[in-house]
Design a protein around this ligand. Structure first.
Ligand code: C5P
Length: 232
């Protein structure tokens, strides 16, 4: 079964705990990001792990290699299942991240953010002074992540075929930007349905508001799991 990771973008522990009550009998993978982590600290991660939830800690590290190595060592000891860095921190930084994780004894998947979906060609060229196309930047960052020994990348489902072709089918793709129907997009620009993500080869999908803001989150979660796995 391909996993659906629920993006738990809540302001605080209270809201998060209310949401978790919808899942009394099963343990979906949870993505804990900066908003919740900076409010509640590492304890929220340890609590969720103790309750048996797989955790993707979405902190997108980006600093000098020495700092990232040490930060990753501490993150590894929290027992997370997935963690990420920004690929634009460079090859040495990604290698250091991997090193820190291994030193902690963690078996967490380490993935890289290539180009944020909020960045378009204008920002890339005029602000960041990167003059290649977005697709070429994504390919280069994915290749560097692979060279550094990372397990995969965060990307749009639409980029999955290109990344799998270049980095191999085993290089995992974790894809946000998922909507139940193509009409409802919120602030996401390049969206796909869970079924399209499956067809494009996404290995994990990340779904936030479609589940967290649903009247019946458990029902929607099941519906998405079914779509993503095409009845398998
Ligand atoms: O609510 P929604 O399904 O749009 O949530 C998507 C989640 O994936 C959010 O937590 C967002 O921060 C994250 N994400 C994203 N695009 C990226 C990287 C992460 O939407 N490129």
């Amino acid at each position: 079964m391909k996993p659906v990771i629920i993006a738990c973008d809540f302001e605080n522990k209270e809201q998060f705990m209310e949401f978790i009550k919808h899942f009394p009998d099963e343990k979906p993978s949870l993505k804990i990001g900066m908003e919740l982590f900076y409010q509640e600290g590492p304890k929220i991660v340890k609590d969720m792990k103790q309750q048996g939830f797989p955790v993707f800690l979405d902190l997108k590290l980006n600093d000098i290699p020495n700092t990232v190595e040490k930060a990753m060592y501490n993150i590894g000891r929290l027992g997370v299942d997935m963690i990420n860095v920004h690929a634009n921190g460079g090859l040495a930084m990604m290698k250091a991240a991997k090193q820190g994780l291994l030193r902690s004894g963690s078996k967490a998947k380490l993935i890289a953010v290539t180009v944020l979906t909020s960045i378009d060609d204008t920002i890339l060229h005029q602000e960041l002074l990167v003059f290649s196309s977005i697709n070429n930047a994504i390919i280069k960052y994915a290749e560097l992540a692979k060279e550094a020994g990372l397990d995969g990348v965060v990307c749009s489902p639409l980029e999955v075929p290109m990344i799998h072709k270049i980095c191999g089918e085993k290089f995992i793709t974790v894809t946000p930007g998922i909507r139940l129907s193509e009409q409802q997009s919120d602030d996401q620009k390049r969206i796909t349905t869970p079924k399209m993500a499956y067809e494009l080869g996404s290995d994990y999908i990340v779904v936030g508001r479609s589940i967290t803001k649903a009247k019946d989150p458990l029902l929607v979660y099941h519906q998405i799991m079914e779509d993503m796995n095409c009845g398998n």
